[in-house]
Design a protein around this ligand. Structure first.
Ligand code: SF4
Length: 680
């Protein structure tokens, strides 16, 4: 049996670990190596990802998949200690046995340190399993770009690169620590082609906090591997991709080491050394800076906390204090050319020229994408404070709408592990909607709402029944904001189809859904498979085609649009500065209030925090909402109601907060239409 104690070629394992390069730090460095310097310094640099671990685990859902995988690799031992020496020593004891299964195994090589999700040791082989809450289909997924592969090039896809680089790093550390062993890397993923063969699987795992506030994922008493039914996990051998990465054969844009002209080993050494010595790796600005977690807004953190983003821009683009608020090229809406411009040293939106965008109309009414982009640049350069409105086209669009208007908004999530037998992983769960109506005489009513977060209950069919009841009384126009509601209803059609005769009114529900939606595109053309006679109007699209306010920047998110139009509209200010009764508030609520400088305060800020035990600013920071992804906090709240132990009172408070938020979501849509109606 080969030597099983952890070793090191340079025999440094007796040296105390100091700022080791861990797998999470390696992952951060893969996104941008400069981040290593800012990371883990909460008293110096603000980090939007510094979330509460408990909420982050709920949002990610990975804890369930992790526990499911541990149950499937039954009979292992978990290394629970957090400190380096104890966890390494405990792992060594287990590895000294002939066979071992270890969860959270601690492995080091020099100043590299990993905790392997699952490690299985046999005589001469170590199987390394990285568990990810990520769906996988053998038929549809490929680690390599298929077009490049046909040309003989190995290009790891953007989708899989973070996971494959992660396991490549772990494989490197384990192979170095155990040079006499063969190390075989696997990704353990959720197989989306499988269906659950037992009921209630997703209630087997719960999340809790221990006395010290640490997040603890656990399996409910009485649950073991015999209760799981057929496996939902795909154990995918990643040996080939890992070798391609370690031998610098990945031809994609993924590996930062390519930018630095280094081999994989040199790259790991370079990162480890810089991290250990706490030296900053010089920033290379790119469109990825847009979403950098160290890009913090004034007011999000205490004033003594610095912005790593601003520091990078000072260093790499000679940015001055005056440039801090200057919009960047990547703030241009939906712009694909930011990469090229930034490589040429054009970093700011006012550097964009008409040649950089396609400022031409398309065949549809209103602004094309290129026209809208150029308008955004023009409004900025002109320092305009007034919006651009395609008035005539907007008027024609509005003439097509029919009263009473219905405004709907859904809160949904996906759960990795199915609720019931026969269901697939990552099904969409629709647990909440709100519905406002606007009548021809201008009256606005919060007509109805739905909420169901009962533990273990799949709410979708009740949800759609309730929605049908709300909308089927007339044939007025139904408004959504973005594609989400259409997508979710299409998914419910699929779920109803799979359920077949088990849902007695399934066919009626499907027929009704088709009246207010459009289907997916047909395979052989641009046409939708169906277009309902009352197909919903996408208010986001109305804004994109006909309206642009300079204060919206590059965002069309309703959370951005609402305060902008409230500040722009005397009509809305007048109407909503009067207290109004509302379904979810005991007292009349005044939606428009002004701050000391006379600006309308964002109505969302007037709502109570979603979680009583968390600061709402933290929730907004950690789960930001954009035009595609809304309801970030709502889905975490749903996960909390499903997968943690909560008292009835706590559940009631959460429910009440979510109802208020969703109500404002549809009221905000009403306000957009009222604003358009009031335009001269
Ligand atoms: S601002 Fe850009 S260069 Fe700086 S840390 Fe963030 S992503 Fe990296």
């Amino acid at each position: 049996v080969p030597k099983a104690k952890q070793t090191s070629e340079r025999d440094t394992d007796s040296v105390e670990l100091h700022r080791p390069l861990s797998k999470s730090r390696f992952k951060i460095a893969q996104e941008c190596p400069t981040k290593l310097f800012y990371n883990g310094k909460p008293t110096i640099y603000g980090n939007k990802n510094d979330a509460d671990a408990f909420l982050a685990a709920l949002a990610d859902g990975g804890f369930q998949v992790g526990k499911l995988a541990q149950l499937e690799f039954a009979g292992g031992t978990e290394i629970t200690s957090k400190d380096y020496p104890t966890s390494l020593a405990e792992t060594d004891v287990l590895l000294s046995k002939k066979d071992a299964i270890i969860y959270e195994a601690a492995i080091r090589f020099e100043n590299l340190f990993i905790r392997a999700d699952i490690l299985k040791k046999t005589d001469d082989t170590i199987f390394l399993y990285e568990v990810k809450a990520k769906s996988y289909s053998e038929k549809e997924d490929s680690f390599y770009d298929r077009t490049q592969l046909k040309k003989g090039l190995k290009k790891i896809t953007t989708k899989w690169a973070p996971y494959l680089y992660d396991i490549a790093f772990q494989h490197y550390v384990v192979s170095k620590a155990f040079p006499n062993f063969k190390v075989v890397p696997f990704l353990v993923l959720i197989d989306k082609s499988k269906v659950a063969t037992v009921d209630g699987l997703n209630q087997f795992f719960i999340l809790d906090k221990d006395k010290r506030g640490h997040t603890i994922a656990s399996v409910r008493p009485g649950v073991d591997h015999t209760k799981l039914g057929e496996s939902l996990l795909a154990k995918v051998n990643a040996t080939e991709a890992v070798h391609a990465i370690q031998n610098n054969q990945d031809n994609g844009k993924n590996p930062p080491e390519r930018l630095h002209n280094m081999s994989f080993t040199q790259w790991v050494d370079f990162l480890a050394k810089n991290y250990q010595e706490d030296t900053k790796i010089s920033p290379v600005l790119s469109p990825s800076c847009k979403g950098c977690e160290f890009r913090i807004k004034p007011g999000d953190f205490p004033s003594n906390i610095k912005s790593g983003f601003d520091e990078c821009w000072r260093e790499a683009a000679n940015a001055t204090e005056n440039d801090v608020a200057r919009p960047r090229v990547f703030d241009l809406w939906n712009f694909r050319g930011a990469d090229k411009l930034m490589e040429q040293g054009s970093y700011y939106l006012d550097n964009v020229t008409e040649d950089d965008v396609t400022n031409r109309p398309d065949k549809k009414p209103g602004m094309s994408m290129g026209q809208r982009q150029w308008k955004q640049v023009e409004l900025l350069v002109e320092r305009s404070a007034v919006p651009h409105v395609e008035k005539e086209e907007l008027r024609l669009e509005m003439e097509r709408w029919k009263f009473p208007y219905h405004f709907i908004d859904f809160e949904t999530t996906t759960v990795a592990i199915p609720f019931h037998k026969g269901m697939r992983p990552y099904e969409t769960i629709a647990f909440q909607f709100s519905h406002h109506v606007m009548y021809e005489d201008g009256r606005v009513e919060h007509k109805g709402e739905y909420f169901n977060a009962e533990q273990g209950k799949f709410p979708n069919f009740d949800f759609v029944r309730a929605l049908k009841k709300e909308l089927e009384g007339d044939d007025g126009t139904v408004f959504r904001y973005a594609d989400h509601e259409n997508t979710v209803l299409n998914q419910i059609i699929r779920q109803l189809t799979v359920a077949g005769g088990q849902v007695a009114d399934g066919e009626q529900l499907i027929a009704w859904i088709k009246t207010i939606t459009h289907g997916p595109k047909s395979e052989d053309g641009d046409d939708y498979l169906w277009t309902g006679k009352r197909n919903m109007v996408d208010l986001l699209n109305v804004i994109k085609r006909y309206y642009l306010h300079p204060k919206m920047g590059g965002s069309n998110s309703l959370k951005v649009v609402l305060p902008v139009i409230l500040n722009a509209s005397a009509f809305l200010q007048e109407k909503y500065s009067k207290p109004q009764m509302s379904r979810n508030f005991k007292e009349p609520i005044t939606w428009v209030k002004k701050d000391e400088e006379g600006f309308v305060i964002d109505p969302y800020k007037a709502l109570p925090a979603v979680f009583q035990d968390y600061d709402q600013a933290l929730i907004d920071r950690v789960f930001p909402e954009d035009e595609i992804n809304n309801g970030g906090a709502a889905l975490v709240a749903y996960a909390r109601m499903q997968f943690t132990e909560m008292s009835l009172a706590e559940r009631g408070l959460l429910r009440s907060a979510l109802l208020k938020y969703c109500e404002l979501d549809t009221l905000a849509m009403v306000m957009v239409v009222e604003y358009f109606q009031s335009l001269p």
